[in-house]
Write a protein that binds this ligand. Structure first.
Ligand code: IDC
Length: 328
């Protein structure tokens, strides 16, 4: 004969097991539904990115490598795989230089296909005007104006798109003389079609001097200033700049970071990366990682030869990719 206490204990175990099963199924579905259909139009509230209900919302996902080289990885299959792993944003890096848009404007068609594939997977998508060796955004300002006019008109119907108007200003470039006037020209062009779109603005020194932008912020609403870091190169000094900018009221977004050193190689520096991720998590900030490609460099998330259509096994994913995907 089992006594009453025995039956109570069994019932307790059964109820606990049911709670755990139902709970984990629920959490799993929340994670998979962290996309545009849940959060809708994002906006900037103080220093935070919030969703259509006003809830602080974090974007976390991958940046493509240069679309002119690795555009094939920006496919519906890869994006579905990333989404299933928990990502909710994709950044499409359209280089201006190095065989990108300036010499080959038809690259925009590959970019639009990639944006459509991300949107079809319920992902947010950042369209990135990827200046790099052309360090001053004014160098190709005319082309930027026409690209963003066309792109914002094309995507005005969806809350999925964020506009990153200059990847990394660098060299002889000033916030007040170059980047800010450039942003004041480009943002209204975007807003004419997509009045509520969130716009990400690069900062001097390869998008590190967010504190400089914070001293002279843009008057426009729904703007975030970008900070980029590479875990093998940047540490506490750059984190302090982010805190200084936020204390001045500037919203900061990490639209690119790598587990490697700043040249895209070395490492991956997993412990330094963890410090950065903890720092961001504590501030309800998240990130976009460089990069979704199979190039033989340590910042690449995939191993050479990985499928361009997703469905990767562990063997197809690099050390960096395994760490980053586990952090979505
Ligand atoms: C790097 C790529 C590398 C490519 C190089 C030049 O990883 O394969 O040869 O650009 O095009 C950035 C830039 C990003 C860089 C990356 C790593 O935004 O374009 O990619 N990086 O160097 N800023 C800091 C680091």
């Amino acid at each position: 004969m089992k006594n009453r206490a025995w039956w109570y204990q069994r019932m307790g175990i059964f109820v606990l097991a049911m709670v755990m099963i139902v709970g984990s199924a629920f959490l799993g579905s929340v994670q998979a539904l962290d996309g545009v259909s849940v959060h809708g139009q994002l906006r900037v509230d103080g220093i935070n990115l919030v969703d259509h209900t006003g809830m602080p919302t974090t974007l976390h996902g991958m940046s493509t490598h240069g679309m002119q080289w690795f555009g094939k990885f920006a496919s519906a299959g890869s994006f579905r795989t990333l989404r299933d792993k928990g990502a909710n944003v994709i950044r499409i890096a359209m280089y201006t230089d190095e065989g990108g848009y300036i010499s080959n404007p038809s690259i925009k068609n590959t970019v639009y296909q990639a944006m459509d594939a991300a949107i079809a997977n319920d992902l947010y998508v950042i369209v990135d005007w990827h200046i790099l060796h052309d360090g001053n955004p004014r160098t190709h300002e005319t082309e930027a104006a026409s690209f963003f006019d066309e792109t914002a008109a094309r995507y005005s119907h969806t809350p999925a798109v964020l506009y990153e108007i200059c990847n990394e200003p660098n060299g002889n470039v000033s916030w007040n003389e170059d980047i800010k006037p450039y942003a004041e020209h480009i943002i209204p062009i975007i807003r004419a079609h997509a009045p509520e779109a969130v716009v990400l603005v690069g900062t001097p020194t390869w998008s590190q001097d967010v504190n400089v932008a914070a001293d002279s912020p843009l008057a426009e609403k729904n703007v975030m200033y970008t900070c980029h870091f590479y875990a093998g190169t940047h540490g506490a000094d750059l984190r302090n700049k982010i805190d200084a900018a936020r204390q001045k009221g500037a919203a900061v977004f990490v639209s690119e970071w790598g587990t490697s050193a700043a040249d895209g190689n070395g490492g991956p520096y997993i412990e330094n990366s963890r410090q950065w991720l903890d720092f961001m998590k504590q501030r309800q900030m998240r990130w976009v990682n460089w990069s979704l490609c199979d190039k033989n460099e340590s910042s690449a998330a995939l191993q050479p030869g990985a499928s361009t259509d997703g469905g990767w096994t562990d063997a197809n994913i690099s050390a960096s990719g395994r760490f980053v995907f586990s952090q979505f």
